[in-house]
Design a protein around this ligand. Sequence first.
Ligand SMILES: NC(=O)c1ccc[n+]([C@@H]2O[C@H](COP(=O)([O-])OP(=O)(O)OC[C@H]3O[C@@H](n4cnc5c(N)ncnc54)[C@H](OP(=O)(O)O)[C@@H]3O)[C@@H](O)[C@H]2O)c1
Length: 276
Amino acid sequence: MTTPTVTLNDGLVLPQIGLGTYKLTGDDGIASIVGAIHEGYRLIDTATRYNNEGEVGKAIAASGVPREEIIVTTKLRGSAHGFDETMAAFELSRQTLGLDYIDLYLIHWPNPSVNRYLDSWQAMIELKDDGLAKSIGVCNFTEEFLSKIIDATGVVPSVNQIELHPYFPQAQMRAFHAQHGIQTESWSPLGKTEELRNEKVITDLAQARGVTPAQLILRWHTQLGAIPLPKSADRGRQMSNLHSFDFDLSPEELDVISGLERGRLWGGDPNTHEEM
Ligand SMILES: NC(=O)c1ccc[n+]([C@@H]2O[C@H](COP(=O)([O-])OP(=O)(O)OC[C@H]3O[C@@H](n4cnc5c(N)ncnc54)[C@H](OP(=O)(O)O)[C@@H]3O)[C@@H](O)[C@H]2O)c1
């Protein structure tokens, strides 16, 4: 199986599904990530705040897969906003990962009360110009925050990684992204708990297709044009999540799934949520 790819606005090519690594820590975490790479994952999503950049670096080295074949994403934490702080935080992440460069470097949260995300974005532009970050983007940015950094610098983020799942389909943000050439990535794509996977709409459609509820939800993401980042510690579930491209949902079925909409699940409103 070849995973479909997406080309970002700066030319970097990403597989259309990646491995979320939140909570994959220690030796078990390393083993899980190595297993995922061996299953075929080539996009790995970590963050300084996950305290597992070291594990991700070790897993990549242990996998035997050439480093340049793996897209590594990490994220700038809120306590390091500011130009110099971003430069220092990036260097620390690079060293912890044990990598010469980072493929995709993202601002983790805008933290508008701190109001230094623009300084961080300017530092990230320099990191990209220096070739240390191949691609730069953001997470959890609203239209307002995106417009502010684009208007100030002329540099459009390659990615905005947002909470996205059938309970929170984010049609307006996705339309804004499409209009500006920003790739949507979906965090908590499975809604994190089993509640979403147990929805009758999901289980009925999955059963009719002969796929798992998780595969059905992931196909909804990819047909919307997003890149889902499901986390699984289990190799079997990692494998089945990755192999979720060989069936298609009709436009009506996509709409039925989006009809589960009820809003954010964890109250992470970027206008007010602070994460340091
Ligand atoms: N940028 C941000 O602000 C932000 C915020 C949150 C998350 N993220 C990223 O998004 C990634 C994914 O989000 P998430 O970890 O919150 O939630 P998620 O991927 O929606 O769900 C993960 C949960 O689903 C289970 N699972 C995975 N595949 C399954 C399957 N096929 N069948 C049954 N259960 C399955 C996992 O358990 P097992 O491990 O036991 O399989 C785990 O409990 C994170 O790891 C992180 O990389 C980013």
